[in-house]
Design a protein around this ligand. Structure first.
Ligand code: PXP
Length: 241
């Protein structure tokens, strides 16, 4: 089975733009589940730019499907993860200056720190995934760390400027995916996937989970706009009666 993890960070981004209470990512999670989401994915960033600690706590209580918490190697965030115990933690790199997660982890360079963090999550009963570029040395490090899954960063595939470049990125992803599955790890992918480019990634053999955020939240805003405007007109017209 191929699961869809719906990343609702951008709903929280919209809430934080006004510093108020809506739109609440908890509502978004319920609606995503009604649409068939198999996983709810959130990233608790060290700078708390979108998802807040409260969101993680409430979602842990309210999500009926698996909660996938993306975290960096940050002691404070790791402590929250091991306390709240989502079903899955995905380790991602994090830089304050970036708009979004721009590349995979360097699990080779960070092996010792990751071993400690992965061990803590596993002790807390959390399944662990690593967000990696399609690189065999990185897959090898993931195998050594004994994680449950690897999520491959599909950003370079999504941003490819030509069909040839896209095919080359796809081939690199397929090769790394084969090595991952051969080593007995579960295969995930995500970043930059949209309605047009998802099919070849979904079709990679043994793919088990895709995490998709921006395209789904963008589409939700687009298809909900007409209804939202209609409701505001009705609210205004009521005042004129
Ligand atoms: N997977 C991971 C590990 C991510 O960090 C992100 C972005 O937050 C996504 C998937 C989703 O990316 P997008 O919003 O481009 O679909």
């Amino acid at each position: 089975m191929l699961r869809l993890g719906v990343n609702i960070d951008h709903v929280a981004t919209l809430r934080q733009a006004r510093g108020g209470r809506e739109p609440d990512p908890v509502w978004a999670a319920v609606l995503a589940e009604l649409g068939g989401a198999d996983v709810i994915t959130i990233h608790l960033r060290e700078d708390r730019r979108h998802i807040q600690d409260r969101d993680v706590r409430v979602l842990k209580e309210t999500c009926r499907v698996r909660l996938n918490l993306e975290i960096a190697l940050d002691p404070g965030v790791l402590a929250i993860a091991t306390e709240i115990r989502p079903g899955q933690a995905t380790f991602v790199p994090e830089r304050r200056q970036e708009r979004t997660t721009e590349g995979g982890l360097d699990a080779v360079a960070d092996l010792a720190r990751l071993a400690d963090a992965v061990g803590r999550c596993k002790d807390a009963g959390i399944e662990v995934a690593l967000f990696l570029d399609a690189d065999l040395a990185q897959v090898d490090a993931a195998v050594r760390l004994g994680v449950h899954a690897v999520e491959f960063h599909t950003g370079r595939y999504a941003d490819a400027a030509t069909p040839q470049e896209m095919e080359a990125e796809l081939e690199a992803l397929r090769r790394a995916a084969r090595a991952t599955v051969d080593a007995g790890l579960e295969l995930h992918a995500g970043h930059g996937l949209n309605y047009q480019n998802v099919a070849p990634i979904a079709g990679i053999e043994s793919m088990r989970e895709l995490n998709i955020g921006h395209a789904i939240v963008s589409r939700a805003v687009s298809i909900g706009m007409t209804q939202a405007v209609r409701e505001m007109k009705q609210a205004m017209e009521l005042a004129l009666r």
